[in-house]
Design a protein around this ligand. Structure first.
Ligand code: SF4
Length: 263
């Protein structure tokens, strides 16, 4: 289990229990110090708020057919609000797109109690604590992997498609997908060698290691919704909505037609 965590992720029985357990993890000294320092000092605009300042659990349906995998919580976004991609500009872009294709009940995400619901979709990250400069180390990524592995294992019965936002998440996720559930419930998916390279709108179908035991998984790449990408136009709303709509369709959900954009 993640060193220093009180709970072995592999033993957590369901997603609500996993969400509660990961929130207590203190396995990465550098990230624990950073998330708590940010929560104590706060940004001026949020100085009257109480920051979450802890690991951020996955958000959305517990029987999701579609999973969205990011990078890590933002210092003043999810680390403040306690919900993935909530309360920052990256989340503004992501939830507007999810709403445009019919996967989110509202286009905005400002606080954990704002009423937002996702349809058949869950959002998670391979690193659950906000890292300095949005850059977790490889050791921190690997230490956090059992949480993601267990989340995937608990979704295995319904999961049919994954959208990975950015190359970091892609690299972190592929080994998890290729690994069989240690509890024996899922054989894992076959990841081709060499591993498929990350790219925007890349789509790879992963066959299960045992076709009788599991369904294929449709894997999609998408540029991350960071301001670096969205402010420069590298990722436009139309590009994001197109990937989300394709993935939703592949997952057996019924997305709305993407909104027409002038970009
Ligand atoms: S990054 Fe993951 S493993 Fe490290 S302290 Fe946070 S939740 Fe625990």
């Amino acid at each position: 289990m993640p060193g220093g965590a009180d709970t072995d992720p592999a033993l957590v029985p369901d997603l609500p229990a996993l969400d509660a357990a990961v929130s207590e993890c203190r396995a990465c000294p550098r990230l624990v110090a950073w998330r708590e320092e940010v929560a104590a000092t706060r940004r001026a605009a949020f100085r009257d708020e109480t920051y979450w300042g802890r690991p951020v659990p996955g958000f959305g349906a517990t029987d999701a057919r579609l999973l969205i995998v990011g990078l890590a919580p933002a210092a003043h976004g999810a680390n403040r609000t306690g919900r993935m991609f909530t309360g920052d500009r990256s989340g503004d872009v992501l939830y507007a797109a999810l709403h445009a294709v019919g996967l989110a009940s509202q286009p905005t995400a400002v606080a954990a109690d704002d009423g937002l619901e996702l349809a058949g979709t869950r959002i998670t990250a391979p690193v659950r604590c906000a890292p300095p400069e949005n850059k977790p180390t490889p050791a921190e990524r690997d230490r956090c992997r059992p949480w993601l592995a267990r989340e995937l294992a608990l979704l295995r019965g319904t999961l049919r498609a994954v959208v990975v936002l950015g190359g970091f998440g892609w690299q972190a996720l592929l080994p998890v997908l290729a690994t069989a559930d240690p509890a024996g419930g899922h054989p894992g998916w076959v990841v081709p060698r060499p591993r498929p390279a990350f790219g925007h709108a890349v789509h790879v179908t992963l066959e299960p290691a045992d076709a009788a035991a599991a369904a294929p998984l449709e894997l999609f790449g998408c540029y991350h919704v960071s301001q670096q990408n969205t402010f420069t136009g590298r990722l436009t709303p139309a590009m994001l909505e197109a990937v989300l709509a394709d993935a939703a369709r592949a997952a057996g959900l019924d997305p709305a037609p993407p909104v027409r954009h002038s970009d």
